[in-house]
Design a protein around this ligand. Sequence first.
Ligand code: LIP
Length: 276
Amino acid sequence: MTSPVPPPARPSDPDLLALALDIAEEAGRMIATAREGTVTVADRKSSSTDVVTQVDRDAEALIRQRIAEARPDDGFFGEESGGGEGSSGLTWVVDPIDGTVNYLYGIPHYAVSIAVVEGPADPAHWVERVGVVLNPASGETFTAVRGGGAFRGGRALRIPSPPTLDQALVATGFAYDAELRGRQGAAVARMLPRVRDIRRLGTASLDLCNLAAGRVDVYFERTLNPWDHAAGGLVVQEAGGIVVGRAGAAPSRDFLIAVHPELLSAVEDLLDDIEA
Ligand code: LIP
């Protein structure tokens, strides 16, 4: 009687990170090269301003193919091509070009975002294992391994002690839905006199990494998808920050807040006041 074949050994997180980094760098080169040419809108998604380019699609296809070649039993969940369950218990959560509107306009602030999570591609139930956020225009690369810290290039990241909220620099973003965007704009107008200033940079994954690097003190946004924050969220957590929804919930399309733990309750009170 033949003994059952044991499942393939789960790779170490550093090995998963090395693979994710290789794939992000290859996709980053493709994206940067394409940006030297003409980039046009291939299609519109949730609204007339929610656009996708052919480069988004080609980059995701390349990333998905490399993952399937190296890790055929893993699941995949990507912005442009959706998802497929795997048998290994690991899922790759991918945004090939986070900040597509910046990419379309040639604003050098967009990123390849790749995370590997344990469990389903659902922020309420997943455990992020590794994350890579790479800006092909600047070459800046953020990485994190659960329990292994967060890095910008080779430099370890640690969120600095936060200022008081009235001195805080706040990053945020707006939805593709015009009506909601109007309400978000009104809420931000109410917030402005109560913080240092806001930054709207257009790329959630880099907003999260900027928080981890101490470049902003607070980041919050609504209507984000799991691929927008899977990798950047782990970078924040491994740098000593927290990534949550409102009132103790998990981060979701409803709300995501990333901040130093000591500043969370003041931020929640402010969000209540401005009806964000
Ligand atoms: C974008 C996010 C950004 C948000 C945009 C959009 P995309 O992701 O990175 O923070 O404000 O509405 O969701 O669509 O470029 O992948």
